[in-house]
Write a protein that binds this ligand. Structure first.
Ligand code: SPD
Length: 288
C-alpha cells in the first residue's frame, strides 16, 4: 500500500492528492496479493460486494463489479467510430480488459499491446481471468516497454490507439503530456483515431482541459466521451478522443447483433449519448 490510501477496520479508502478531500471506501474480505514490482505497489483485494479489486500505488484500477463500463467505452467508442480498424495499439492496461474488448472486433488483424509492468499482467492472469483472457489471441503481440518510448518509435502504423493509463502520478505521468500526443499522432495512419484515459471533469478540471487543449492543437477533430463507473472517484470517467478523419460522435459502423449481446454498457445509443456533456463541462471545453 502506498502512502495515502489506507485500510481501516476492513475498509480500503482510496486517498489521493489528485482528488483532495474525497475518498471512496470499499469493504475488504481478503488481501489476495500485495507486492512491490519494479515500478509500483500492486495490490489485489477480494472486496465484500464488488468482486476483486486491482489497486496500483494505492489507486483503484478496477473492480469486477463495474470494470466493463470503462473497458467497453474506451475500446468500442474509438473502434466503432473508425470505418475499418485493422491495426490497433493498446498502451497500458496490464489487466487485459481493453485487450478483451478489442479482441471482439473480427476486422482487427493485429493488436500491439504495450505495458510497462509485466507483473501487472502476471497478477491479473492469476486473479482476474475474466479480464486477462485476451493475451493468447494470435493477433496480439505483447511489448513490455515504456509506452511513451514505444510510441515514439512507431510511424504511420495504426488505425486506432487506445491509451489505458493510470492517473498522471507515478509511471503514467508522461502519458498526459504533449510530446506523447505528438508521438500518438505520428504513429497513426491517415484516418486514425486515438482514445486516451480522460479523467473526471468534476474532479480533475486542469488535467482534463489540458488534455483537450493538447488534442485540439494536434488533431483536426477532438471529442470527449463521458461514462459511469461507480468505483472510480466521482463515479464517472472520460475518454479523450482525437481523430485524423472520422467523425467521432456517431458510430461509423453498425454493431452486429451477436456482438451487442456480449456487451453490458456500450451500444450505438450510448456511444452518441456519451458525448453529450453537462452544461458546465460543455462550456468549460468551449472556452478553451
Ligand atoms: N483513477 C483511476 C483511473 C484508472 C484508469 N485505468 C484503469 C485500468 C483498467 N483497465
Amino acid at each position: 500500500m502506498e502512502k495515502y490510501s489506507k485500510i481501516i477496520d476492513g475498509w480500503f479508502s482510496e486517498i489521493c492528492p489528485m482528488w483532495p478531500g474525497i475518498s471512496l471506501s470499499l469493504e475488504i474480505d481478503k488481501i489476495l496479493y500485495s507486492k512491490k514490482s519494479k515500478f509500483q505497489q500492486i495490490d489485489m483485494f477480494q472486496t465484500k460486494n464488488h468482486g476483486r479489486m486491482l489497486v496500483l500505488d494505492g489507486i483503484i484500477q478496477l473492480t469486477q463489479s463495474d470494470e466493463f463500463a470503462y473497458q467497453e467505452m474506451m475500446a468500442h467508442v474509438p473502434l466503432f467510430a473508425h470505418p475499418n480498424p485493422e491495426d490497433v495499439l493498446v498502451i497500458g492496461g496490464g489487466d487485459g480488459g481493453i485487450l478483451r474488448e478489442v479482441g471482439r472486433h473480427d476486422g482487427v488483424k493485429t493488436i500491439d499491446f504495450c505495458e510497462i509492468d509485466e507483473d501487472v499482467i502476471k497478477v491479473s492472469k492469476e486473479f482476474l481471468p475474466d479480464l486477462a483472457c485476451g493475451f493468447d489471441d494470435p493477433r496480439v503481440k505483447i511489448h513490455i516497454a515504456d509506452g511513451n518510448a514505444f510510441v515514439l518509435e512507431q510511424k504511420n502504423k495504426y488505425d486506432v490507439i487506445i491509451v489505458d493509463s493510470s492517473d498522471p502520478i507515478g509511471p503514467g505521468e508522461v502519458l498526459f503530456e504533449q510530446p506523447f500526443y505528438e508521438g500518438l499522432k505520428k504513429a497513426l495512419r491517415p484516418n486514425g483515431v486515438i482514445a486516451t484515459q480522460g479523467e473526471s471533469f468534476f474532479l480533475h478540471k486542469e488535467c482534463v482541459t489540458n488534455l483537450v487543449k493538447i488534442t485540439r492543437e494536434l488533431f483536426p477533430i477532438q471529442a470527449y466521451s463521458n461514462f459511469l463507473v461507480p468505483t472510480y472517484p466521482g463515479g464517472h470517467l472520460g475518454a479523450n478522443l482525437g481523430s485524423l478523419g472520422p467523425e467521432l460522435k456517431k458510430p461509423f459502423r453498425t454493431i452486429p447483433e451477436n456482438f451487442q449481446k456480449q456487451l453490458k454498457y456500450y451500444s450505438p445509443e450510448v456511444h452518441e449519448a456519451s458525448f453529450v456533456l453537462p452544461y458546465f463541462a460543455q462550456k468549460m471545453f468551449e472556452a478553451l
